[in-house]
Ligand binder design. Sequence first.
Ligand code: DSN
Length: 440
Amino acid sequence: MTRNDDSPIARQDPEIWKAFVAEEERQRNTLELIASENHVSPAVLQAAGSIFTNKYAEGYPGRRYYGGCENMDIVESIAIDRAKQLFGCDHANVQPSSGSQANQAVLLAAMLPGSRFAEAEQREKNPDQPVRTPGDMILSLHLDHGGHLSHGKNVNISGKWFRVTHYGVERETGRINMDEVARLARDCKPKMIITGASAYSRTWEWDKFAEIAQEVGALLMADIAHIAGLVATGLHPSPVPVCDFVTTTTHKTLRGPRGGLTMCKADWQKKIDSAVFPGMQGGPLMHIVAAKAVAFGEALKPEFKKYQQRVIENAKTLAESLVSRKLNIVSGGTDNHLMLVDLRDGFPTVSGAMAEDWLGKAGIVVNKNMIPFDERKPMETSGLRLGTPALTTRGMGIDEMRKVADLIVRVLGSEGDAKVAESVKAEVHGMCEQFKLPHA
Ligand code: DSN
């Protein structure tokens, strides 16, 4: 939606309209380097802002708890079919409202068998089948090493329900050591192993995780929220063949609306669907389900693969350009769309929080991020996470990535000098004028 001062919001609600206009200008005139963000197409935007928001559709296609759901059924069935085609999974539930809820659905379906009574009954009926209960062990990547809150952090429901052991990356290489994962798994005997990350720039070895899960009798889940676009286009190995569950958000590299998606093997279909609704959510956000369907349709087109190839090419160029300007990247580089910049070598006195603030003032939007073995606190950090999905959507390529690296280093080197920020901002503005947003 482009700005229209005669729009219903402008006429009816000037306070919200002011923020709306400011946000549109912010997105138009800044370089978006947050690895988990992107700019959706006009078609996805239209679906997300559509009349589907008016409708309750609790239940699933053909089995709803409300009348008038015939169009909801069409939209949701298309979204499911396209998700299955995109990822080659047995079953897809397109209703989770976020990535965290997509993950919670897995825990609810697989690790919480129901009431204590149901648990006893299951033991009786099927003594050979493991019963998974609250308090069981999960093995997942440490948050400070690139993991996610919903993978067992104590402040999240996943960490409140379950005991958690974390694997991490090696100090020397910045990579996950699979021998160490195997050792931890044998030691802690998890009922579930969670793979996937929010800030890990290297290729996941799903096959090795699957071997370990099989050896210790654990279920295996992959959260591909960040790399879903790369997985869907075959540019990162797919976890679908070897995992019991695969979850994702739909708004990062996948470039759809803000939301979640839970995929599973056929055996788990019923339990996953019951976990999402009525287990965890009520009426699905049908405008978002419609936008997911549109986005999945876009992702099935050949242009989407070319886009993902450019995302990776741009990330590699940005990482190399930063390294050549004396910045350290955790693990030395990237195989995907993101990188974790370790500020300690090039700019030891600059924290991630300072860098985020200074770059923001220059029109370059990033997020501070803990780096593995960080000695600074989470609100301070020694790292920055950078990603190329949004800039690539604007049409930027390797020349622009070199320039972005240059601008970043100029800002960091100036220690937040206001004049430098102003001059960088002018250059950023020029780039944004040349490479428009998809809806502009
Ligand atoms: N997935 C996180 C991110 O990468 O930004 C947000 O929870």
